[in-house]
Design a protein around this ligand. Structure first.
Ligand code: SF4
Length: 407
């Protein structure tokens, strides 16, 4: 298939495909699916070998958010019966983080609901990072606190944060349909602030909100242009009690095509299968590992993932290996870009890492408005039209509970 030969050749050289080529990946048929996965797998192995980076989420503050992100179970007015609690104490967060690191995680992601942190919140996270790094100085810490004000990124960097997550989530065109309380530009600004302070930028998307193929391609190219070092690909978890609870638009095949498109556009960037992995890829999860080089271990912010041991077994059974603390995630030339940006105090290249992405990490959730998407798009054609709320399990263990974390 000419398209896949072209994409593979470009990916092996670290080149970005054209927009039309990216759209063509999303339009491939089920008969072509294994060829698509194989082509993306060649690109993945070129830059990341068979390593899988494990990341572990710690929800520092859950629910009660004043923002209205329609995909999110923690949003204003959410009726989702999630855990709700205010800031964990540093030792509580460190205990949860320790469980994830013991389970094989290389990066701990500290997330808090809310529009953005106060300066007092930055102090709290500073204390939490100190407690985590005291126990394990090698652990990478990514912080996700929503929209940043001036100097907050610098404070986080000085306190030992390695990265900041803020997802763009969807295209600029459709952003206003999923969230009214902040804008796409706000998100871009925060990613740029984080990157400008020398933090590695983690910024990704949520698929399955009714967006068109063009929207997906738009946001993935925007992430590349912003230079996100890691791109989490969330598949909407339609939580009961959120506006998008009925939006079941994804099949495992569609998810694999989306992952492949993200990989081809970001050949040498960490691509992470994030929230919704178990819910939407289901038994096809191991094929996703041939495309993505990173996953979350265990549970998500407000929903449960599969058992941490099942994640480890899946990685081993599929012929992959967990990336060790001493191994670099990004290829050397990408690390050089990040270092140059840090030295320069800003986004070093046109493709430097400034994603943006709304508030918080893989909340799962649904937004209604983009359901206005092109009815002829493959997403609509492939829709299961079957509500599988039985697959969504609210998190009841780990941070904020008396029960042991899943790691
Ligand atoms: S994504 Fe973040 S900012 Fe948006 S509603 Fe959820 S917790 Fe709040």
């Amino acid at each position: 298939m000419d398209l896949l030969d072209t994409l593979t050749a470009k990916g092996l050289r670290g080149e970005v495909p054209t927009r039309e080529e990216a759209l063509a990946v999303l339009a491939t048929t089920d008969d072509e699916l294994l060829d698509v996965v194989a082509a993306a797998g060649k690109v993945r192995r070129r830059w990341f070998g068979r390593r899988v980076k494990l990341n572990y989420l710690v929800n520092l503050k859950s629910g009660l958010c004043p923002e209205d992100c329609s995909y999110c179970s923690q949003r204003l007015g959410s009726k989702a019966e999630i855990l709700k609690y205010t800031w964990l104490k540093p030792d509580q967060a460190a205990d949860a983080a320790r469980a994830g690191v013991a389970g094989g995680a290389k990066r701990v992601c500290l997330v808090a609901s809310g529009r953005g942190p106060t300066d007092r919140d930055i102090d709290r996270v500073t204390d939490t990072m100190a407690a985590i790094k005291e126990a394990d100085p090698a652990v990478e810490i990514c912080v996700c606190l929503g929209l940043l004000s001036d100097n907050q990124a610098e404070r986080l960097k000085a306190a030992g944060a390695d990265a900041y997550n803020h997802n763009l989530n969807t295209s600029e065109n459709t952003y206003g349909a999923i969230t009214k309380t902040h804008t796409y530009a706000d998100r871009v600004d925060t990613v740029q602030k984080a990157h400008g302070a020398g933090l590695s930028a983690c910024s990704g998307l949520i698929a399955g909100m009714g967006e068109t193929d063009e929207d997906l391609v738009d946001v993935v190219f925007a992430l590349r242009e912003l230079g996100s070092d890691s791109v989490p690909v969330n598949f909407l978890i339609p939580f009961e009690g959120t506006p998008l609870a009925k939006e079941w638009n994804l099949t495992p095949q569609r998810c694999l095509r989306i992952l492949a498109m993200v990989r081809f556009v970001n050949p040498d960037t960490e691509v992470r299968i994030a929230g919704g992995r178990e819910v939407h890829l289901r038994t096809m999860q191991p094929l996703g590992l041939h495309i993505a080089n990173s996953i979350f271990l265990g549970d998500y912010l407000t929903s449960e993932g599969q058992a941490g041991q099942a994640d480890l077994d899946m990685i081993k059974d599929a012929g992959f290996e967990v990336e060790g603390a001493g191994e670099a995630t990004l290829p050397r030339h990408r690390a050089d870009i990040a270092e140059a940006a840090q030295a320069g105090g800003g986004c070093g290249t046109a493709a430097s890492a400034c994603g943006s992405g709304g508030g918080c990490g893989p909340c799962g959730g649904h937004s209604h408005a983009p359901a206005q998407a092109d009815a002829g798009a493959p997403a609509a054609e492939e829709a299961e039209d079957e509500l599988r709320s039985d697959l969504v399990k609210v998190r009841r263990r780990g941070a904020g509970t008396e029960l042991a974390p899943n790691a």
